[in-house]
Design a protein around this ligand. Structure first.
Ligand SMILES: C[S@@+](CC[C@H](N)C(=O)[O-])C[C@H]1O[C@@H](n2cnc3c(N)ncnc32)[C@H](O)[C@@H]1O
Length: 233
């Protein structure tokens, strides 16, 4: 029997192939003009992140910070172009919470979900020291019920190591918000884990929501969920 061909624009799910209701969004992301308050915040954040990584190399093994300036300019472009359907923002795997804090500085109602307790504490201290109203919750951004999909998605990649935790309790109840309450979701997946992040977003995010992803080559991608998910897992 011939192997099923992957249709253009489709992902593999546990159930088979399904259409991807995500489309790329083009926005012009430019900037070399950090506002003073953002500059001061990022200097402090960089210094604390550096100390944290040095002091806890093992515990922080799954944590690699994104380039905060790059992500700031992307978030600012989204805000200035007024292309989000609302102002609710979540950082999936928020690490030190810097991106969620930047989103709060740009006027988003920001939350962050992070599995490592030490990072949640550090994020709360950093945002608190700058008076930024961000909710950081310890737990998983993988919604309960999605674990089989998550594990299958990881098994389907050729990556050697996985950092994304798939078997922990989700944080949404404690946060008081569901994945489809967010208008913008940011994630920095490890190489090989991008498809899983996109698949979760595709399944659980609100129609119209934006997914901003950072990758290790210091670039970002922006996608919008334009249709209801029609798969069956
Ligand atoms: C590559 S780091 C990115 C950190 C941060 N978003 C940034 O841009 O600087 C990925 C983070 O996701 C966290 N993480 C992994 N699996 C998770 C899960 N299921 N739920 C919540 N956080 C998770 C890791 O602990 C790590 O801090």
């Amino acid at each position: 029997m011939a192997a099923a061909r992957k249709p253009y624009g489709a992902h593999r799910s546990v159930a088979g192939w399904f259409d991807v209701p995500l489309v790329d969004v083009d926005i012009s992301i430019i900037g070399s003009d950090l506002p003073e308050d953002v500059d001061v915040f990022l200097r402090e954040a960089d210094s604390r992140v550096g100390r944290f990584v040095q002091d806890s190399p093992v515990r922080a093994a799954g944590f690699v910070p994104s380039d905060f300036e790059t992500v700031y300019y992307a978030l600012r472009a989204i805000a200035e172009a007024n292309i989000a359907s609302g102002s609710s923002f979540c950082e999936w795997g928020s690490g030190f919470g810097v991106v969620a804090s930047l989103a709060a500085m740009l006027g988003f109602q920001a939350s962050g979900i992070e599995i490592e307790e030490g990072l949640v504490d550090a994020a709360q201290r950093l945002s608190g020291d700058f008076g930024l109203p961000v909710d950081f919750i310890q737990g998983s951004f993988v919604p309960s019920g999605a674990e089989p999909f998550a594990e299958q998605a990881l098994a389907d990649t050729t990556a050697e190591f996985f950092w994304l935790v798939t078997d922990a309790d989700d944080a949404y109840e404690e946060l008081g918000l569901e994945p489809d309450d967010f208008d913008v979701i940011f994630a920095y997946p490890w190489p090989g884990e991008e498809g899983l992040i996109a698949g979760l977003f595709e399944r659980y995010a609100a129609q119209g929501a934006l997914l901003l992803m950072y990758n290790q080559f210091n670039s970002v991608s922006l996608q919008r969920k334009v249709a209801k998910w029609s798969g069956d897992f």
